[in-house]
Design a protein around this ligand. Structure first.
Ligand SMILES: [Zn+2]
Length: 237
């Protein structure tokens, strides 16, 4: 399954790992059993992909990134160095009487995170679980993401809050700190792409092939049926 992929001699690739053609896995990376990486990806040195992690095509996972079980990424995702995903709201090493380790594999405690196409996650970000990071969203460096992130939205801080709508190129289009921007069309000058904004979110992308852009007010559209959080309320605040 790994024909056409480059694997550095010091990388550890466990059984049943799938690497697409054109993908590179660099020094001392560790890909656990069942991880799936698409084509033309870069998995940076010393990064760790846990069991059954899914990564799409043309993704850049920089050095020293920790991706736990339960994480799925679409295409064109960038995860910068030292970023960390999490997947357990009640983490413990052992069972209650400390007589045995709890399993490291996916179990009833494991929660799931989806990173959609085109997302960028900045260096040293920490990503909570049971969330969706929407298409072309940008997570600023060092952010602590505890709630789902709407598509085309820059979030910063701890806990991370929306601060701007962004273009596909990651440049800000209009700020959100003073509330929702006026409805209208917003153009990224360098890209000459015009996006339609309604109710504080991008609702049309001319390069989007008609793919609907889910809104936080429609959590089911973000595949949040596993979420107990009220992301819509939180993100609107
Ligand atoms: Zn742009």
């Amino acid at each position: 399954m790994n024909l056409g992929a480059f694997v550095h001699p010091t990388a550890i690739i466990e059984d049943a790992v799938s690497l697409g053609p054109g993908t590179s896995v660099w020094d001392n990376a560790h890909l656990r059993r069942g991880a799936v990486v698409g084509s033309d990806c870069i998995i940076g040195g010393k990064s760790y992909l846990a069991n059954s992690v899914r990564i799409g095509d043309r993704c850049k996972i920089n050095a020293m990134v920790y991706v736990c079980s339960g994480v799925s990424m679409g295409d064109g995702v960038m995860v910068a160095a030292h970023s960390t995903f999490t997947n357990d709201f009640y983490p413990r090493a052992c069972v209650n009487d400390l007589s045995a380790l709890r399993p490291s594999e996916v179990d009833d405690h494991t929660t799931f995170t989806t990173v959609q196409d085109g997302v960028t996650i900045g260096a040293c970000a920490t990503i909570s679980s049971d969330i969706v990071i929407g298409r072309f969203a940008v997570v600023a460096m060092g952010a602590v993401v505890t709630r789902s992130v709407p598509a085309y939205t820059l979030v910063m801080g701890s806990p991370a809050r929306p601060v701007a709508l962004v273009c596909r190129c990651a440049r800000p289009l209009v700020g959100l700190l003073d509330g929702n921007p006026p409805d209208g069309d917003y153009t990224c000058a360098p890209c000459a792409i015009t996006y339609r904004v309604r109710d504080g979110g991008i609702v049309s992308d001319p390069l989007g092939d008609g793919i609907p852009i889910p809104r936080m007010s429609d959590p089911l559209a973000l595949d949040l049926d596993h979420s107990e959080g009220d992301a819509a309320t939180e993100l609107a605040g």
